[in-house]
Write a protein that binds this ligand. Sequence first.
Ligand SMILES: Cc1ncc(COP(=O)(O)O)c(C=O)c1O
Length: 423
Amino acid sequence: MKPNVLSKMGQRTALPPISWLMQTALTRHKLISLAAGFTDNAALPVEISRKLLNEILRSPKTGQPALQYGITAGENNLRTLTAKHLQKLDGGHDRAHSPGRVLITGGSQQLLYMTLEALCDEGDIILVEDPTYFVFLSILQSRGIKARGVKLERDGIDLAHLENVLERLKNSGELRRVKALYLVTYFQNPTGVTTALAKKSAALKLLKKFERAASHPIYLLEDAAYRELRFDHGKDVPTALTLPGAAERVIYTGTYSKPYAPGARVGFGILPEPIFTTVQRIKGNHDFGTANLLQQLLACALETGLYDKHVAKVRKNYAHKARVMKLALAKHFPPSVEIWESGGGLYFWARLPKGISTGANSKVFQSALKNDVLYVSGELCYADDPSRAKPDNEMRISFGSASEENIRKGIARLGKVLRKFLI
Ligand SMILES: Cc1ncc(COP(=O)(O)O)c(C=O)c1O
């Protein structure tokens, strides 16, 4: 065999679909991308950020620390403000929201990656929603971690199926390899589903029940990336951090990317021990701290209340764009396509009749590209789980970055493509 200079991981790592999607969206100018989860350009906080950065850089006394390296776990001020912010969102609950457990990261993506580094060896297993956030699946693929899917219902995972999957893994002797259940709990990427608190609670109890057979903790990894993008009038659902036992078993990840600015790319997490210390050490090796200037920008936005004002504006904006997309879908998509609508986030989920593939090599996808419109193939969001075939008749459609006009045009183009293949 030809010797290979690359590590096993290097050899294993496939091109992440996210890189191709972003590249295509940014370089094909006639293309309307309803694919990548970019946020709305027009709603980015340019003026607020200019004002705050001017404030930070107005004198050497405030400017120098912002332009210097900082602390690995994050700026203490931002850690405290983040803990308070989460506590407020969770209705004043303080069970697990201590600033000492907050870690600031270069986006929540970095935290998800480091959490997997801390928890998993090659061959370990993470349970995921079926379907789930496809970039998370790319990390698992790259690191040789297996994923097992848990069916998703309109209010979160199917608990009977979760129990069934855990039972099966126990019987096959694989429970020792199970380290966590990963849930994207608010306006999920890709389906828009929000997990009910009762389901988080029941899932946490089920994981606990199987811990003895696993002979180690099994964590609930709660990814709340879209939490602040609620635009319906429903009430916010508390996080799993508010549940009994959460301080030992819930790993919570969140981000300022979606509500504020992905270009500032500040994420955060609340982690239990021994995960907190381990991930902090790993971060020490990755980059020994998130960019200070960006952390200070977020801290100032939170402190001055400009962050909350901005988020309120962003929510209204997405409510409007979601309405525009909903109307366009009703007008242009064939009635045989089932649409999942969400009360927040950036996505609609569309299910075509069985047998009509939406995958990257499918006629639908190729025809959409030819017509200058891009979506995310649903099959990318399903784990390589040998216990079931991957559904390939779905698509994720985002109203995040496209303008109102392009949402209408893009959905009309996509509808025209679908009508060629469907009645
Ligand atoms: C579900 C989910 N989690 C995490 C992330 C990572 O976001 P960031 O690294 O910008 O915080 C994303 C980005 O799209 C996402 O969709």
